[in-house]
Design a protein around this ligand. Structure first.
Ligand code: GAP
Length: 457
């Protein structure tokens, strides 16, 4: 599958890394992301998504689902619940092992995760910011507790899921029996996860409530390497296909001391932004950890019998696990550009070079003047037809240049302008966001043209 074709005329030169504050400000101003509970002072590491944010998020999710579930015959999807039986988290190892070690600076009171401290500071027990002395490390479990039931004493303590993928192991046997899948096959899910992160920060990058997308691919042990390599390459190409700066993407292998308790091998797909190279998605060699542990803790045999050879074994698992929120943030960091004045645009502009498939608004319909009834009627009519197919905005406020810039700033790939020529020959101007080029198209051809450009295929 080629995911990169048909991109518009972007410069291939590297542009400066964008400060996160610029993205935070754009997100608030234009309705992508708001701080949660802001009127009460906010909650650290928790955010809400506004009108444009929810469109972008839905597009990101749908594109992932389309390319992972819909296009792969050997992959199906589920949607599991956030709350499960508490034994799940004992079996998964999270109650015991899902911990972060933390130190505080005695002088400036800043807090650091031990695994994020530079080796030098760790050795000298010195704060990386002010040089003050650090406290002894303390250990914290990241699982968020909750309770099922209302009567005190009879309530059952459990957890909001710390990783979404556990539902896939819990439903694995049901999927096998109800969907006629045979190994090798995969189960996908997109869903919320919750972690009491000790150092949330960098906007959407490290949150306490966030969304993950997972593929768990079940294989015969002898085929593990083949499928691990396959999905590792597939996922890397997938991310390459949705960003402009492909040189900001790389793999990083986990060292033995940083492997999660369930992984025998792991590679991160990392993206380079203003906060350095950071994990975007993890590709994990989970082996038989999950199904063996759930078999052991639940007493249910989760082994698989090959229908032809009758061999019985616990399937091994390749996991690809990424974040919807990190995708959201990285796409904005990757797409944001402040273009200086040029011949084409005398005032300069802020533009989001988002892939047209993912852009929250696909097209804006603009009558050249709002006080000319024929222009407005025609533009309204075009808008009414387009909005049934894709997210389309109608805008008649301010001069045409300013309206184009408003759309550029939210990444709308096309603007359709209805002008006086439209009234004579039933054609409109279609202006493309990145190159700011304009073509004339018959109104009748508009739908087909836009569908071809903005819908994935
Ligand atoms: N099931 C495996 C698993 O959960 P992980 O590396 O802890 O692995 C997978 O998480 C992905 O989830 C990460 O690559 C990242 O994109 C996202 N993620 C993890 N913690 C996050 C957080 N606190 N805030 C936002 N996204 C997070």
């Amino acid at each position: 599958m080629t995911q990169t074709e048909d991109r518009t005329s972007l410069s291939t030169e590297d542009t400066p890394l964008v400060p996160i504050e610029k993205i935070v400000s754009l997100c608030k101003r234009r309705g992508f992301v708001y701080p949660n509970s802001e009127i009460y002072g906010g909650v650290s590491g928790i955010y809400d998504f506004g009108p444009l944010g929810v469109e972008l998020r839905n597009n990101i999710r749908r594109y992932w689902w389309w390319s992972m579930v819909q296009l792969n015959d050997n992959v199906v999807g589920i949607e599991g619940s956030i709350i499960t039986h508490p034994r799940v988290w004992e079996a998964s190892g999270h109650v015991e092992n899902f911990v972060d070690r933390l130190v505080d600076c005695k002088n400036c009171k800043r807090r650091f995760r031990v695994d994020h401290l530079p080796a030098e500071n760790l050795k000298q027990n010195k704060c990386p910011v002010c040089g003050g002395e650090l406290t002894e490390p303390r250990t914290f479990n990241l699982m968020m507790e909750t309770y099922i039931g209302v009567v005190e004493g009879e309530r059952m303590k459990t957890y909001l899921r710390g990783e979404a993928c556990q539902n896939i192991y819990l439903d694995y046997d049901n999927v096998l029996k109800s969907s006629r899948m045979q190994i090798p096959f995969g189960i996908c899910q997109i869903g919320k996860a919750f972690r009491n992160e000790v150092t949330p920060g960098n906007f959407l990058f490290r949150q306490r409530e966030f969304e993950q997308w997972d593929l768990q691919f079940f294989v015969h042990p002898s085929e593990m390497q083949k499928w691990f390599d396959y999905w590792k390459a597939f996922r890397f190409e997938w991310y390459q296909g949705i960003i402009n700066h492909t040189d900001r993407l790389r793999f990083r292998a986990h060292g033995p001391d940083e492997l999660a308790h369930y992984a025998k091998q792991a590679f991160d797909i990392e993206y380079r932004s203003i906060i350095g190279w950071q994990e975007w998605e993890g590709i994990h060699w989970r082996q038989d950890w999950d199904l063996s542990r759930h078999s052991q803790f639940s007493g249910q045999d989760l082994s698989y019998t090959d229908p032809e050879t009758k061999e019985r074994y616990i399937p091994w698992i390749v996991e690809t696990s990424g974040g919807v929120d990190r995708t959201f943030l990285n796409l904005l960091l990757d797409a944001y550009e402040e273009e200086p004045q040029s011949g084409k645009d005398k005032e300069g502009r802020t533009v989001l070079h988002l892939h047209p498939w993912l852009a929250p608004v696909k097209v804006a319909v603009l009558p050249l003047q709002k006080n000319k009834e024929e222009l407005v009627t025609t533009a309204r009519d075009i808008h009414n037809r387009l909005k049934r197919l894709m997210v389309a905005q109608y805008d008649d406020v301010a001069n045409i240049g300013r309206r184009y810039r408003r759309q550029d700033e939210i990444g709308t790939p096309f603007c359709v302008t209805v002008d006086f020529q439209t009234l004579e020959d039933q054609t409109v101007t279609v202006r493309e966001r990145d190159g700011m080029t304009q073509i004339r198209l018959a109104i009748d051809e508009l739908q087909g043209y836009l569908v071809e450009k903005v819908m994935w295929r």
